[in-house]
Ligand binder design. Structure first.
Ligand code: NDP
Length: 244
């Protein structure tokens, strides 16, 4: 990869699943990856793996629900690497349950991480990207941004919001690229946040056909590696066997 194509890419939720696979793929392609999540021990292990393989990575403890934490990480990265070329807003969780179960704390957490986390990331990078006249925000939504499933009303609402936020951001900025990645079911730790027993059993069955997270990492890498004048608006990636 030429030096001009090499980017500084901040990936949230890089401690497992899609974010981890994405960071590994982007580093393997020659980009500098900045790993963000709360489980810093996991990020440090991934950073060591990437640097041992000749790649470039840094790890930051990041809780995306904290605007201050996000701003501080972006400021540190800008100081150390000059800029954040690409923000991959990928952190998310999915505690499924029927609405009547009234798991209102889980509703709040989904709104805080899946929506506010994305907004905090945008707020942290947007002024810097606007000042440079370039940048790329990649938001992980879901097929849940396009449909609503029982037990997933609030999760789907958060992912519909991510799609709307991406589309609005794109419409308002003609020099900043904005991409939504909408995966179908993917192997990851996402199911661990579901505490409702019936929803968890349904989920275990649903997840039998899951894609490997590398399939989503490739889609993200494709969007990032397009020329500067090419915006990939959205990529929906599902298992071939998906019937919904
Ligand atoms: P994982 O549970 O494996 O990964 C979720 C990541 O989000 C973890 O790295 C976790 O890190 C991070 N995270 C959670 N809360 C916070 C927080 N407050 N601050 C910072 N990071 C946080 O699941 P996936 O890889 O599957 O999920 C990645 C994204 O993909 C999510 O947005 C999810 O909604 C979306 N998605 C997933 C699908 C799937 O089937 N797997 C399908 C469609 C979309 P840590 O706990 O260390 O902070």
């Amino acid at each position: 990869m030429s030096a001009t194509n090499r980017k500084v890419i901040l990936v949230t939720g890089a401690s497992s699943g899609i974010g981890e696979a994405t960071a590994r793929a982007l580093a393997g392609a020659g980009h500098t990856v900045i790993l963000g999540a709360r489980r810093k021990d996991r990020l440090d292990a991934l950073k060591d793996e990437i640097t041992a393989a000749g790649g470039s990575a840094s790890a930051y403890a990041l809780d995306v629900t904290s605007r201050e934490n996000f701003e501080a990480v972006v400021a540190d990265v800008t100081q150390a690497f000059g800029c954040v070329d690409v923000l991959v807003n990928n952190a998310g969780l999915m505690p499924l349950a029927p609405m009547a179960a009234l798991k209102v704390d889980e509703w709040d957490t989904m709104i805080d991480v899946n929506i506010r986390g994305v907004l905090n990331g945008i707020a942290a990078v947007l002024p810097l990207m606007q000042a440079r006249g370039q940048g790329h925000v990649v938001n992980t939504a879901s097929i849940a941004a396009h449909a609503v499933f029982p037990t997933a009303a609030v999760y789907c609402a958060t992912k519909h919001a991510v799609l709307a936020i991406s589309n609005g951001l794109r419409l308002e900025n003609n020099r900043i690229r904005v991409t939504t990645i909408s995966p179908g079911v993917v192997e990851s730790e996402l199911a661990r946040t579901t505490t409702d027993r019936a929803a968890r059993e349904w989920l275990e069955d649903f997840r039998k056909t899951a894609l490997k997270p590398e399939a989503i990492a490739s889609a993200i890498a494709y969007a990032i590696d397009q020329p500067a004048d090419v915006n990939v608006d959205e990529i929906i990636v599902q298992p071939t066997s998906a019937t919904h």
